[in-house]
Design a protein around this ligand. Structure first.
Ligand SMILES: C[S@@+](CC[C@H](N)C(=O)[O-])C[C@H]1O[C@@H](n2cnc3c(N)ncnc32)[C@H](O)[C@@H]1O
Length: 375
């Protein structure tokens, strides 16, 4: 039994990462700067958020009036349904209520609603949150939470990392506006990339200096040096970002770029400075751009960039052609590489780009193919 528990603990994906209040505030402010009325008269659903822990619930409840919300709904997931179980102790917030139920507290999700002044102080704020147990465990895929999704105008949360694809499809199915946190690698998923390409989803404003901090309780996994700080119980991730389909100003700021000639003369990147031409791929008509700030302003053809480009992507400046990965790469028409090259570089994969350097086939990391927007 003990061994089974240990095995479960090791294989269970940890989804218990709690977002910091200042990060939420900074992100939401970016949408408000662009449109001060973006939340006015709207119902906001936070579908993975227990207000006793979630700073999303705190933020939206505290700013209910300022944002002009119509209704705030926050639902939480039952402790016993979580894959990564932590010792569970209901808080006073729950136990002090007459409808507290010790069994349901473990097996049912909870719903918290903020809609009107309940305390009679003529203000609507966190004190007015009303809660009850859900019928089920609060799984966002359940009928009960789907109904709340359909009622909402905007969905905001940091969803379970292990269910990110499913969560995005769940949002798309209902065609809702959203602001969520996810891993940057998700942009290459076959379910996610087409949404980015078609401008149905884009990167949000972003974490301060690209550093996302999350609170983790009693971590069981080991983190690389510098990731987990036991004094603060915070982990720092460099590869997390916000995803949204709501506009913010940064998205419409075109990159200021040098021409090709200027890049060869002044680029800060040794791979570019002093060259006479950009590297051209051998199996697709495009040039290799290893850094976003090395995009030449005067090149009209296709260019391959690392996925970090998406953080600077302005849809008025560039269009996305596709991603050079697996089936998507094959659909783009990437030529298959000659089999003898595989002997030289066994990491070559069909559907990915390569170029020859001193007789050796080099395969860059997953590249997003873009071109300048034709005006
Ligand atoms: C990454 S954490 C973020 C929590 C909170 N949104 C925040 O940002 O502080 C994701 C939460 O979703 C919960 N969760 C996991 N699977 C879920 C599901 N199927 N439906 C709803 N919530 C789920 C996890 O237990 C976890 O508390």
């Amino acid at each position: 039994m003990a061994n089974t528990n240990l095995a479960n603990a090791k294989t269970a994906k940890n989804d218990e990462f709690y977002t910091q209040y200042p990060d939420i505030q900074k992100e939401i402010n970016a949408y408000l700067d662009y449109d001060p009325n973006v939340f006015r008269g709207k119902t906001v659903l936070l579908p993975c958020d227990d207000p006793e822990w979630s700073n999303f619930t705190k933020f939206f409840a505290q700013n209910f009036e300022l944002l002009g919300l119509k209704k705030l709904i926050s639902t939480s997931y039952a402790p016993e349904s979580k894959k990564y179980k932590l010792p569970y102790q209901p808080t006073l917030f729950e136990t002090e209520q007459p409808h507290f139920d010790a069994d349901k507290s473990k097996t049912h999700g909870k719903i918290f609603v903020l809609e009107r002044d309940v305390t009679g102080d003529n203000r609507i704020n966190i004190e007015d949150l009303q809660w009850q147990y859900l019928e089920g465990d609060g799984d966002f895929r359940s009928k009960e939470i789907r109904q709340l999704r359909d009622e909402a105008d905007i969905i905001v949360t940091n969803p379970p990392f292990s269910l990110f694809r499913e969560f995005v499809l769940w949002l798309m199915e209902a065609q809702k506006q959203f602001i969520i946190i996810g891993n940057m690698n998700a942009v290459t998923y076959k379910e996610i990339f087409p949404l980015i390409k078609e401008n149905k989803m884009w990167l949000g404003n972003g974490f301060q200096n690209g550093n996302a901090y999350f609170r983790v309780d009693a971590p069981r996994e080991s983190y690389a040096d510098g990731v987990y700080d036991e004094n603060t119980s915070l982990v720092k991730f460099r590869n997390c970002c916000w995803f949204t389909n709501i506009d913010h100003g940064r998205r419409h700021q075109p990159l200021r770029l040098m021409t090709m000639a200027e890049n060869f003369k002044h680029s800060k990147h040794k791979e570019i400075r002093g060259r006479e031409d950009y590297i051209h791929y051998d199996n697709y008509d495009a040039i290799e751009i290893p850094y976003t700030d090395a995009i030449p302003s005067d090149y009209e053809g296709a260019m391959g960039l690392p996925k970090s480009f998406l953080d600077k992507y302005c849809p008025e400046q560039f269009e996305i052609i596709g991603i050079a990965e697996g089936d998507s790469g094959k659909e783009l028409g990437l030529k298959p590489f000659p089999p003898e090259l595989k002997k030289l570089n066994p990491s070559l994969r069909q559907g990915q780009l390569y170029y020859m350097e001193d007789g050796y086939p080099v395969k860059p990391y997953a590249r997003i193919l873009i071109r300048k927007k034709q005006s």
